[in-house]
Ligand binder design. Structure first.
Ligand SMILES: [Zn+2]
Length: 256
């Protein structure tokens, strides 16, 4: 199959997608668990299923419903559930990434009104792309930055050359054995973004990458996207990243 740069979006399916972030009175389809179809796998309260609104051509779109609690959030999960969820997602994503049917496989999460998501019920997505290889859009230096903490062979840093800007947190590990430390850093970073970062930040994305020999999670606080990035592909880096790194360290990793 020929490699493509663009995914084709099916607008007639997109228009039917349910929405509960802006219109909070709308019924949540993920709470109506008896009506869910095309379930692939269940583990505890986690459900992995096919996306009912597959808007992207030549892809395999799936959703991981993280919990049966519509109002919960990754930043407040108990540790046992956090580890179960991150392990489950990483294992299924990595397995699908090895399927030769896909050029590459996306694993990501949207949260909040500026994240691009449409449902507030906590969920993640695993999407197999038949003709698009995301790796060709990745520069290695977008995962480099000022180290916040490093232990058990897992690193948390803040990007010094972010892919979009202004602040991006990277959690990097080389081995699934360290998944609990990896999950702790994701949870701490998301908690920081929603509680201690910019007072108006209610949105973030979590993106996962298989890059060289590493498994990487990138936490991106989201605001309306910079026009310099949208129009000219010019990323910006804040001149305050050292201060933010020091603050995260002081709150979540006080004594090393
Ligand atoms: Zn719900």
């Amino acid at each position: 199959m020929e490699e493509e740069k663009h995914l084709i979006f099916h607008a007639q399916i997109g228009i039917k997608k349910p929405e509960t972030i802006v219109n909070k009175q709308n019924a949540c389809p993920f709470c109506d668990r008896g009506s869910l179809t095309d379930i692939i796998e269940e583990k505890d309260t986690i459900i992995w299923l096919k996306n009912k609104y597959p808007t992207l051509e030549n892809t395999f779109q799936t959703v991981i419903i993280e919990t049966d609690n519509c109002n919960s959030e990754l930043s407040i999960y108990k540790k046992a559930h956090l580890y179960r969820l991150i392990s489950f997602g990483l294992e299924r994503w990595i397995a699908l990434s090895k399927d030769p049917e896909y050029s590459s496989v996306l694993f990501f999460k949207n949260h909040g009104p500026h994240s691009g998501g449409s449902l507030s019920h906590p969920h993640m997505q695993i999407v197999g792309l038949k003709n698009v290889n995301y790796h060709t859009n990745i520069r290695g230096n977008e995962f480099e930055g000022i180290c916040i903490t490093e232990n058990n062979n897992v690193t948390l840093n803040i990007s010094s050359a972010p892919r979009m800007g202004f602040y991006e947190f990277n959690i990097i590990m080389n081995d699934l054995q360290e998944v609990e430390t990896f999950a702790d850093h994701i949870q701490n970073t998301v908690h920081y973004v929603l509680n201690h970062f910019h007072h108006s930040c209610t949105s973030y994305n979590l993106f996962f990458y298989l890059h060289e020999e590493s498994i990487i999670a990138k936490v991106m606080p989201r605001f309306p996207t910079s026009p310099l990035y949208v129009g000219y592909s010019i990323p910006q880096v804040s001149n305050k990243i050292s201060d933010i790194a020091a603050q995260v360290k002081a709150i979540y990793y006080p004594i090393q």
